[in-house]
Design a protein around this ligand. Structure first.
Ligand code: SAH
Ligand code: SF4
Ligand code: F3S
Length: 459
C-alpha cells in the first residue's frame, strides 16, 4: 500500500515539474537537529530536485524556503521563531513559498502558535507526512491557501523516496524509525512515533547501491539502532554482519545504540567485522543510578560500567563517545559526582554535553526539584573542564601512531592541507595531493593541537 502512496507522490512530482517547466526556481533548506533529520532533509531535497527546483545557499534568491525542525531542546524553538522573523521580510520581497516540517511540527502548542501568529507560513508538515511534499507543493502552487499536513500516528515506512545526498563519500542510511523508550526527559518518542524497522533487503540494497556509486563510509541511523528488528531472528547483529560483506564499503558506523540493548551478539558482530568503527557511541545521560532510574534509562551506573568493561575486553582498541545531560530534575551534587566518576573511569573520546531542557508533555517536565539555571550551568562547566583535561591527555597517545583515514577534503583553515578523521573521529590535517580526496589512506600522527591532530602520509 505504501508503494502505491509513493507512486502517487511521483505523479505529483511530474505535475509540479510541468507547472514549473518554463521557470528557474531555487530552494533553500535549513536543517536543525540530529542526523536522522539530516537524512530526512536529503529526501526532501531529492523530491524538490525531481520537481525541477535547484538548491541555493543564497536565501535572498530562493523561491522556496524549507525548514526541517528539531524540538529535542528549547533552543531549537528560539532558533525557528527567529528564522521565521527573517523569512517574513524576505517573503515580502520575493513572495517565496515557506514550508516547515520535522519534529517540532508534531507538537500541538507549536501548531497552535504557527496557526495564530505566523499566517505567512504556507506549508506545515510533520514527521509522518514528509513523503507527501510533492502533493503539498502541487496544492499550494494551484490554490495558495495554507496547508497543514500533520498526522498523529505511530508511523509507517516509505521506501523509494528520491534522495539527494550531502556528500559523495559518506552516506547515512536510516535503518529504523521512531523510539519506544520514553526516557523521561525526551520528546522524541512523542514526535517520531513507535519503533519500526526497514527490511534487511531494502537496507542492504540501498547500501549496495551506495557502494556501487563509490561511497566508502556509511552510518546506520536510528534512535535506538540495536533494537533493530528486521524479522524473526534477524536483529542488529545480523544486519552488521551483512553490511560488512558489501564490497566497496570500508567504514561502518552507527548511532545511537542504547546501553540496555547492547547484547553480546552485537559485541561479537563488532569484534568480527573489521569495517566497523572502533569508536562506539554509548549514551550515558547520567552516571547516577538514582537519576538514571528517574530518567527511565533501565540501567544503573554499575551496569553501564560493566558493559563498557565487557566491550573493552572483547574488542581491542575500542573507544567510546557519549551523550550526557546535566541538571536533570532532582540531580544532587552527589549524583553529579557520579557522572564525573563515570567520565573519569571510561575516558570518553568525545562527549556531547547538554543542559537539561524541559520539554512539554514529558514526565521530566512535571517533576519537582527542577534544578536552578545557575547550578545547571556550573555543573556543565565542571564537566567540560574535566573532559578537556582528558582530551589533552588522550591526544598524546596518538603521536607516532598510524591511522586509517578517509580523506574528506581540503582543510577549512589551510587549503594546502588535506583533512580527514581517525577511527575515533578526531580531525587530522596533513599534506597531500587533492587526488586523494575520497580515498582511504594511512596517515602517521606527528603532533597534537587539542581539537585536531597533524600527520603525514605513509607511502
Ligand atoms: N536516541 C538517541 C538520541 C536522542 S536525542 C539516544 O538515546 O541516545 C540526542 C541527545 O539529546 C540525547 O542523547 C540526550 O543526551 C539529549 N537530550 C534529549 N532530550 C533532552 C532534554 N530534554 N534536555 C537536554 N538534553 C536532551
Ligand atoms: Fe529519546 Fe531515550 Fe528514545 Fe533516545 S532512547 S530518542 S533519549 S526516548
Ligand atoms: Fe531533534 Fe527530531 Fe532528531 S527532535 S534530535 S530532529 S529526532
Amino acid at each position: 500500500m505504501n508503494e502505491q502512496i509513493i507512486e502517487e507522490q511521483k505523479e505529483y512530482i511530474e505535475k509540479v515539474k510541468e507547472l514549473n517547466k518554463d521557470k528557474t526556481l531555487y530552494y533553500n533548506i535549513l536543517t536543525m537537529g540530529c542526523q536522522l533529520n539530516e537524512n530526512d532533509s536529503e529526501k526532501l531535497a531529492g523530491m524538490l530536485e525531481e520537481m525541477g527546483y535547484i538548491e541555493t545557499s543564497d536565501v535572498e534568491n530562493a523561491n522556496l524556503y524549507l525548514i526541517n525542525t528539531c524540538c529535542v531542546r528549547e533552543n531549537a524553538e528560539e532558533k525557528l521563531f527567529g528564522k521565521l522573523g527573517e523569512l517574513k521580510n524576505l517573503k515580502k520581497k520575493n513572495n517565496a513559498i515557506i514550508a516547515i516540517g520535522g519534529c517540532m511540527m508534531q507538537e500541538k502548542h507549536i501548531q497552535e502558535k504557527l496557526r495564530n501568529s505566523y499566517p505567512y507560513v504556507d506549508i506545515i508538515f510533520g514527521t509522518h507526512t514528509l513523503h507527501k511534499l510533492p502533493e503539498d507543493m502541487y496544492k499550494i502552487l494551484n490554490f495558495p491557501k495554507k496547508i497543514e499536513d500533520i498526522l498523529d500516528i505511530d508511523g509507517e515506512i516509505y521506501e523509494g523516496i528520491p534522495i539527494k545526498r550531502n556528500s559523495n563519500k559518506t552516506a547515512s542510511v536510516t535503518i529504523m524509525y521512531g523510539c519506544n523508550n520514553f526516557c523521561s526527559y525526551c520528546i522524541v518518542p512523542y514526535v517520531r512515533g513507535r519503533e519500526r524497522s526497514r527490511t534487511p533487503e531494502n537496507i542492504l540494497k540501498e547500501i549496495q547501491e551506495l557502494a556501487d556509486e563509490g561511497y566508502k563510509e556509511i552510518t546506520l541511523l536510528g534512535q535506538n539502532v540495536n533494537s533493530y528488528k528486521g524479522r524473526e531472528n534477524y536483529g542488529f547483529a545480523e544486519l552488521l554482519r551483512d553490511v560488512q560483506k558489501i564490497d566497496g564499503i570500508e567504514i561502518i558506523k552507527f548511532i545511537s545504540p542504547h546501553p540496555k540493548d547492547f547484547t553480546d551478539d552485537v559485541i561479537r558482530a563488532i569484534k568480527d567485522c573489521n569495517k566497523i568503527s572502533r569508536l562506539i557511541h554509548l549514551p550515558l545521560q547520567s552516571g547516577s543510578t538514582e537519576v538514571l532510574k528517574k530518567m527511565n534509562r533501565k540501567y544503573s551506573k554499575e551496569q553501564f560500567l560493566e558493559l563498557v568493561g565487557k566491550i573493552k575486553k572483547e574488542i581491542p582498541n575500542v573507544l567510546f563517545s557519549t551523550d550526557i545531560i546535566v541538571g536533570f530534575p532532582g540531580e544532587t551534587e552527589e549524583d553529579f559526582q557520579d557522572t564525573l566518576d563515570v567520565v573519569t573511569k571510561v575516558n570518553f573520546e568525545q562527549i556531547f554535553m547538554f543542559i537539561y531542557s524541559r520539554r512539554v508533555g514529558t514526565p521530566g517536565d512535571k517533576m519537582e526539584n527542577q534544578i536552578p539555571e545557575e547550578i545547571k550551568h556550573e555543573r556543565f562547566d565542571r564537566l567540560k573542564e574535566l573532559f578537556e583535561k582528558q582530551v589533552e591527555e588522550n591526544n598524546k597517545k596518538y603521536i607516532g601512531k598510524t591511522e586509517k583515514i578517509l580523506v574528506e577534503g581540503l582543510s577549512k583553515t589551510n587549503e594546502d592541507m588535506l583533512t580527514g578523521r581517525t577511527n575515533s573521529n578526531k580531525v587530522v590535517v596533513f599534506e597531500g595531493s587533492k587526488d586523494l580526496i575520497g580515498k582511504v589512506i594511512d596517515v602517521q600522527i606527528t603532533s597534537e593541537h587539542k581539537w585536531y591532530l597533524k600527520g603525514k602520509i605513509i607511502e
